[in-house]
Design a protein around this ligand. Structure first.
Ligand code: NAD
Length: 347
């Protein structure tokens, strides 16, 4: 039975746990809000499941919880941001805001974020750019050539799950948001399957001998994830591995057994800087309407737009609360206990 808890007490609990582990309150609040919003959008793999991992990283010196991002290089409409190995959510929000400002000023902007820990849901940052009427594009690399994902045809881990995201501003402030891992399934979804004792969807994973497997536990025993879309996803994963990492000048933290980072490149394009005769937002809305009107294929009830599953999850969960697997709730309670954090009674 999952434990269901409303967004507000869950946010407060996570904020208090991060604060009790030495995170300044404003940063703790940003990270907690980002994780819980990700749960609200239905991506439990990148929500509060991560609190335990983040606390472990603080304790191991891999995350510097008080570090704030800073611009280390500017060149016209481009900028490099150094996250100082602080929380990735803080660095990525900062980079997205800078991309938004530079994009509005120059018509195009590219901002990289390096020396960063996990940024969470990439779409949070592209959507921030789109909320200002700009097209937001994001590329993120996982682990510096030591990730979970095998290149197409192989059975050795090379790539991170390397997400990419596109956010197009539509009419009435509606954003068309696409946001996914270039792995067939995000690593966090395997962790979640493990926590729920469920199988991984078929076609997503090979065991260490290169045979198809759906056993989430095997990831601890040398299994590899497969890229989405066969050779095409494999190629995208390779580009995601290189471009953000190198443009961010990212160097992984040198801790034993640790090469994680989430270097990110955010692009902002202003439609106003291009064709004067195109109402970009109206065209986005028109294409959305056309796609929604398509007759469903056999086995489908309707055609969904990118972002629609997340919007529906949000509408549901903001009312009914967020169902957490027992293992995730047990981790949060244990951390609260260890750190002397009270759990609010309204859940
Ligand atoms: P996913 O496989 O659920 O795909 C999500 C995307 O597909 C969304 O844009 C969604 O709206 C769209 N989508 C889903 N079903 C659809 C349908 N039926 N019709 C049309 N569109 C549909 O997502 P994922 O790959 O598991 O990624 C989940 C989250 O994890 C993302 O927010 C991603 O940024 C994040 N992530 C982060 C990292 C990291 O290193 N920080 C790594 C991997 C993933």
């Amino acid at each position: 039975m999952p434990h269901t808890i409303h967004a507000e007490p869950l946010t407060n609990l996570c904020r208090d746990i991060f604060a009790a582990a030495g995170t300044p309150t404003d940063i703790a609040a940003i990270v907690a809000e980002s994780l819980v919003t990700t749960n609200l959008f239905g991506h439990d793999s990148h929500g509060v499941l991560r609190v335990k991992q983040y606390i472990t990283m603080i304790r191991a010196g891999m995350t510097q919880p008080g570090q704030r991002p800073r611009v280390i290089k500017r060149f016209g409409a481009t900028a490099m941001v150094d996250g100082g190995y602080g929380f990735g959510q803080v660095g990525a929000r900062f980079a997205a805001e800078l991309a938004r400002q530079l994009g509005a000023e120059y018509g195009i902007a590219a901002v990289s974020l390096g020396q960063t820990t996990h940024i969470g849901r990439l779409g949070e940052y592209t959507a921030h750019i789109a909320a200002a009427g700009l097209i937001g594009i994001g590329f993120t690399s996982g682990t510096m050539y030591s990730g979970w994902v095998a290149p197409y045809g192989g059975r050795e881990r090379v790539f991170g799950t390397n997400p990419m995201s596109f956010a197009a501003p539509g009419s009435g402030g509606e954003t068309l948001l696409l946001d996914f891992a270039t792995a067939g399934v995000a690593h966090g979804k395997i962790v979640l399957a493990h926590a729920k004792a469920e199988p991984v969807p078929s076609g997503m994973m090979l065991d260490r001998h290169g045979n198809p497997s759906t056993d989430a536990q095997l990831l601890d025993e040398g299994a590899v994830l497969l890229p989405m879309g066969l050779h095409k996803g494999s190629g995208l994963a390779m580009m995601m591995e290189l471009i953000p990492t190198l443009l961010a000048g990212h160097r992984p933290i040198s801790a034993p057994d640790f090469s994680f980072g989430n270097p990110t490149l955010l692009l902002a394009l202003s439609p106003e800087a291009f064709d004067d005769h195109t109402d970009f937002a109206a065209q986005v809305a028109a294409l959305q309407a056309r796609v929604k009107a398509v007759q469903p294929a056999a086995g489908f009830d309707e055609v969904l737009l990118p972002g629609e599953p997340e919007a529906r999850a949000y509408a549901r969960r903001i009312k009914t609360g967020i169902p957490l697997p027992d293992a995730v709730w047990a981790d949060l309670r244990e951390l609260a206990d260890e750190l002397g954090v009270a759990i609010q009674s309204r859940q």
